[in-house]
Design a protein around this ligand. Structure first.
Ligand code: COA
Length: 151
């Protein structure tokens, strides 16, 4: 336990609490598909997650995935979800969660860790820089299918 923050593996039973954190961050504006996608992720064998508890209450979570050969790398770790409850942001929860997943990735033989953030998420960018991330050798490319004609 660090700073009164306890870390536990993210099990399905914590889903209602992490949905509440997401709801608080998004100011109520979330769809049911978000919860379903988290539940589906947690059933995959290469996906891992942790929750942070303070005084028994879930105050943050992290979800990551180990990818096999892809993007020219034999193995890589991906952070696919990370949130701290707004009332507890800036109190070290993100850092403790990150340390837990770093440990997990290291145990799995992962050396390279990646994530993606929205281009304007400056808070996330500051957090990732503070926890040692830098620009990677990849660039993200995007395309919308709406205007693509298919036969
Ligand atoms: C990003 C986030 C997970 C970080 O968790 P946290 O518990 O608040 O961060 P920590 O207190 O562990 O901070 C760790 C480091 O990151 C830095 N940091 C965190 N948030 C920061 C911010 N908004 N601006 C600048 N630096 C920040 C801290 O300064 C700290 O550095 P230090 O230890 O050297 O002082 C959390 O703030 C969050 O959930 N933000 C909202 C995420 C979001 O909007 N997601 C959208 C969902 S789609």
């Amino acid at each position: 336990m660090k700073n009164g923050i306890e870390i536990k593996e993210l099990a399905l039973e914590y889903c209602p609490e992490i949905v509440e954190i997401h709801r608080a961050i998004m100011k109520g504006n979330i769809s049911d598909t978000w919860r379903k996608s988290i539940e589906l992720h947690l059933q995959k064998k290469d996906v891992v997650g942790y929750v942070a508890l303070k005084d028994g209450k879930v105050v943050g979570f992290i979800i990551g995935e180990v990818k096999g050969p892809s993007f020219g790398l034999e193995k890589s770790g991906w952070i696919i979800g990370l949130e701290a409850h707004p009332q507890f942001m800036g109190t070290g929860i993100g850092r403790v969660l990150m340390d837990s997943i770093f440990k997990y990735f290291r145990e799995k033989g992962v050396r390279d860790i990646f994530t993606a953030i929205r281009w304007d998420a400056v808070d996330m960018l500051s957090f990732f820089i503070a926890t040692g991330f830098d620009r990677s050798e990849f660039v993200n490319l995007g395309k919308q299918l709406d205007n693509v004609k298919t036969e």
